[in-house]
Write a protein that binds this ligand. Structure first.
Ligand code: PGA
Length: 254
């Protein structure tokens, strides 16, 4: 069975209540009832309700950018998996490099987040990726293998259909320097083999692996055309409906 393409927009810490609403409306309108590609919007927490309202009668899904690995309690400032599910969130991004490297999140905490989110019924977009120094010292595969293994230890087989991996080379995020289609394909095929060893061949075959890092309308088609690239996690180019829709169309092969 061919894997469905999955395009997610990571709005990061941008937009305001009005621009978030307008952006969601633009994507809803442009997407229409197209459902042969999966599309998710991941706004900042305060606009989850606004975006949920705008996408209600569309094929779009709602995503969040972070989660705390406990459902309730004295954790000032944090947001729980069950709260996200209650707010209509389907996907949550875990392990984005801006959180690994910017906020110091460890493989251990990320693994807790993955398991807690899955346990609450959420789908997880688990991000991994090497830094430029790691790539230049030929450590890409060992980093990808380590992050995949450490992040997914203890995940039960029953929830694998709700897990997506995003390969996001740190040097490509927000830099305008995307991985070449060959670099993306090579990394994705490697991640799929690691995942197959961790779980099983069928799970690996069904796993959607997104590429992220400077995906734009003009490079999306060739990257998304690689056999092991099953979608994109899009930052900057998801902030305008037109460019995000152009990437979605590339995912459809149009
Ligand atoms: P970018 O971000 O598309 O702006 O490079 C991708 C991401 O951080 O997920």
């Amino acid at each position: 069975m061919a894997r469905k393409k999955f395009i997610a927009g990571n709005w990061k810490m941008t937009t305001n209540s009005q621009s978030a609403r307008t952006l969601a409306q633009g994507v809803v309108k442009g997407l229409g009832d197209e459902s042969s590609v999966e599309v998710a919007l991941c706004p900042p927490f305060p606009w989850l309700g606004i975006v949920a309202e705008e996408i209600k009668n569309s094929p779009l899904s709602l995503g969040a950018q972070n989660v705390y690995p406990v459902n309730e309690g004295a954790y000032t400032g944090e947001v729980s998996p069950t709260m996200l599910a209650d707010a209509g969130v389907k996907y949550v991004i875990v392990g984005h490099s801006e959180r690994r490297h910017g906020m110091g999140e460890s493989d251990f905490i990320l693994n807790r987040k993955v398991k807690a989110a899955l346990a609450a019924g959420l789908n997880v977009i688990f991000c991994i990726g090497e830094t430029l120094a790691e790539r230049e010292s030929n450590q890409t595969n060992s980093i990808l293998e380590y992050q995949t293994t450490a992040g997914l230890v203890g995940v039960d087989h029953g929830s694998l259909s709700r897990l997506v991996i995003a390969y996001e080379p740190v040097w490509a995020i927000g830099t305008g320097r995307n991985a070449t289609p060959e670099q993306a394909q090579e990394a994705h095929a490697f991640i799929r083999s690691v995942y197959g060893n961790l779980f099983n061949a069928e799970a690996a075959e069904n796993l959607q692996i997104q590429y992220g890092g400077s995906v734009k309308p003009d490079n999306a088609a060739v990257i998304l055309g690689q056999p092991d690239v099953d979608g994109a996690l899009v930052g900057g180019a998801s902030l305008k409906a037109d460019s995000f829709l152009a990437i979605i169309r590339a995912g459809l092969g149009k």
